[in-house]
Ligand binder design. Structure first.
Ligand code: HEC
Length: 220
């Protein structure tokens, strides 16, 4: 190979690398989907239970509790070539998470697809510091969505983590009343830090849960 040819190839390589790199990192403001608070929790809650895709067990080589780990099975801008999504959409013996777990919801699958189509960037620190929903907190519209995103993959029945079924109001109420709900999301000493394998909830979400419990944890 002569030198000029070699240099030209090098240039093409550098250019395509930096161009893809630019495309891969649009900010949260541009794409409107937050990896840290919207996408990561779907993987943590559905895929990282004990024996599965967490840093200790790494089932099938996958640790799905970090951006780097998740990107091993995601191809930016290419939903069809993103293996993790393929497994989530399978039904029957090959579905992920495996039976008898509930499949990932179609809303969450669409959200992951949208994120992939926008380049699957590692968007984080997406929330402004202000917490605007601390009055009239409702179980149905404020608390339940937090639990659905961050907790229900592991707490979806009586055999859920610690015996808490957080898909049912009765399970949430029990955990709110005995102090474990708040203790675990605040990482208070003496409680198991939750969500397990996932980052701590944002201050605003913790405050929302705290306020709802202080108001008597109503089914509103
Ligand atoms: C990846 C799976 C997973 C996720 C996600 C998860 N949990 Fe857990 N959770 C567990 C397991 C497993 C236990 C039992 C831990 C133990 O006893 O060692 C547990 C225990 C608990 C307990 C009892 C803690 C105690 O100290 O007694 C509470 C309350 C709880 N989880 C709430 C939550 C909430 C709220 C979320 C979401 C913000 C959440 N969990 C997310 C797996 C999970």
């Amino acid at each position: 190979m002569n030198l000029r040819y070699f240099l030209a190839l090098g240039l093409i390589f550098i250019c395509s690398y930096s161009c893809t790199f630019d495309k891969l990192d649009p900010s949260f403001a541009e794409i409107g989907i937050c990896f840290e608070t919207e996408i990561l929790p779907i993987f943590v809650s559905n895929c990282s239970t004990s024996g599965c895709h967490n840093p200790m067990d790494r089932e099938d080589g996958y640790d799905l509790t970090s951006y780097e780990g998740i990107m091993e099975g995601i191809k930016p801008y290419n939903v069809g070539k993103s293996k993790l999504l393929e497994y989530m959409k399978e039904r029957g013996d090959d579905q992920m998470p495996p039976l008898p777990a509930e499949p990932v919801s179609s809303e969450n699958i669409s959200l992951i697809e949208e994120w992939i189509n926008k380049g699957a960037p590692n968007t984080s620190n997406c929330e402004s510091g202000s917490c605007d929903s601390l009055s009239n907190i409702s179980y149905a519209s404020d608390i339940k969505p937090i639990l659905e995103t961050y907790c229900n993959g592991c707490h979806d029945g009586p055999s859920g983590g610690g015996g808490y079924d957080l898909t049912k109001f009765s399970g949430v109420k029990q955990s709110a009343n005995n102090g474990t709900l708040l203790g675990s999301v605040r990482y208070d000493p003496g409680y198991e830090p939750m969500p397990q394998n996932g980052g701590k909830l944002t201050g605003c979400r913790i405050k929302t849960i705290e306020t709802w419990i202080a108001e008597g944890a109503p089914d509103n």
